[in-house]
Write a protein that binds this ligand. Structure first.
Ligand code: MN3
Length: 203
């Protein structure tokens, strides 16, 4: 079964005014679709059809070097975007709750401090890439960034939350002003999903 573009869990206009309809549609229907199609080509060339995307991204070293980079680029692009869509919701709680909220307070001091640090990581990321909240190899919460389409799964980390800071993610509304996109993102974070992932990462 080839990889298929996953449907968005909401309508293209559901995240307005924080995520502009046209920008979200192009991002999903064009950019994510291209990653999906090119992943299928790359997987075929590498002879790894039938593996799950998680299996592929956690065993990149087993792919022959000459066909590996397209799998990294398009496999990461496929996974990271699918993961990112689920980080957002029109029914966003204002803040995390429960065990996740307690873990964020314990690690970063407060939710506000966490937000500032995550926003700074996303703002200061140079060029194309992603900012992440992950559970690192030591089992601790950590704010990280990755370049291009590198996926935290390939680094031995368990991702909980991400923001896409490639220009294509925000340019139609926010133009070159990335901090405005990051500020808007906080209004649409699906903290319930992040909590689910945090619970799964403890298991
Ligand atoms: Mn993108």
């Amino acid at each position: 079964m080839p990889f298929e573009l996953p449907a968005l869990p909401y309508a293209y206009d559901a995240l307005e005014p924080h995520y502009q309809t046209e920008n979200l549609e192009v991002h999903h229907a064009k950019h994510h679709k291209t990653y999906t199609d090119k992943l299928n080509e790359a997987v075929q060339k590498a002879g790894i059809e039938g593996k799950s995307i998680e299996e592929i991204l956690t065993s990149l070293d087993s792919i022959p070097a000459e066909v590996r980079q397209p799998v990294i680029n398009h496999g990461g692009g496929y996974y990271n975007h699918a993961f990112f869509w689920e980080c957002m919701t029109p029914d966003a709680p204002a803040a995390p709750s429960g065990d996740l909220a307690a873990a964020i307070d314990a690690r970063f001091g407060s939710f506000e401090t966490f937000k500032e640090a995550f926003s700074a990581k996303a703002t200061n990321h140079f060029g194309s890439g992603w900012a992440w909240l992950v559970v690192n190899e030591k089992g601790e919460l950590e704010i990280t960034d990755t370049h291009d389409q590198i996926c935290p799964l390939s680094l031995g980390q368990k991702p909980l939350l991400t923001i896409d800071v490639w220009e294509h993610a925000y340019y139609l509304k926010y133009k070159n002003v990335r901090p405005e996109w990051i500020k808007a993102f906080w209004n649409i974070v699906n903290w319930n999903k992040v909590s689910e992932r945090f619970a799964a990462a403890q298991a």
